[in-house]
Design a protein around this ligand. Structure first.
Ligand code: IMP
Ligand code: MG
Length: 185
């Protein structure tokens, strides 16, 4: 079964977890490094951190605790049309609460895959005239990229295997796992 068929499947059976690819300690160490790097790069600035729901909720919450700057944590939720995986349309389900005009914005994502989600989101946020927009993704899967995304901070590069845990889901499950794993499909 290919990945899109899997995401679109009506089957309720949950495949078992296969192999841990990033354990809790490895993730925590990298999140700390990213936080330190962001702190250095934005020294003297205030940041609006925009986590993309639901996947990036865990990462964004951990990352802000490793950034030693005045930050505002916001979340945004965007939907691809699930029943039409080939469609490129996205819509905003939950928007930011605050105006980002003149603010430094850090978009935080769990994984950038085709890049279509972030491509849309970045263009929406750019129209609101922020001082800057940077992207931080815990995981990057460049092999499947369709839209070019300027990735400023990347935790780990990953291959094409479907991943769960640390915010990443399969049918909205497994987000609570403290590690990132593949599934036995
Ligand atoms: P894209 O970059 O627009 O293709 O979409 C990225 C989004 O797809 C991420 O925010 C995830 O929610 C989801 N996604 C992509 N790959 C995976 C995966 O391996 N496991 C779980 N979710 C994934
Ligand atoms: Mg997501």
């Amino acid at each position: 079964m290919n990945r899109l068929a899997l995401l679109d499947s009506d089957s309720l059976a949950l495949p078992p977890i296969e192999e841990i690819v990033l354990d809790e300690v490895t993730i925590a160490a990298r999140v700390k490094e990213l936080g330190a790097e962001i702190t250095r790069d934005f020294k003297g600035c205030e940041l609006t951190v925009v986590g993309i729901l639901k996947g990036a909720q865990v990462f964004a919450s951990e990352l802000v605790r490793k950034i030693s700057l005045p930050t505002t944590l916001e979340f945004m939720s965007i939907s691809r049309y699930q029943r039409r995986p080939a469609a490129k349309e996205v819509s905003i389900i939950h928007d930011l609460e605050q105006d980002i005009a003149g603010r430094h914005v850090l978009i935080v994502e769990d994984i950038v895959d085709t890049g279509l989600t972030l491509n849309y989101l970045e263009s929406v946020l750019r129209k609101r005239n922020p001082a800057s927009i940077s992207i931080c993704s815990l995981l990057d899967r460049p092999a499947l990229r369709l839209a070019e995304i300027p990735m400023r901070y990347v935790g780990f590069n990953v291959n094409e295997e479907f991943l769960i845990g640390y915010g990443l889901d399969y049918r909205d499950r497994f987000r609570d796992l403290p590690f990132i794993a593949t599934m036995a499909l």
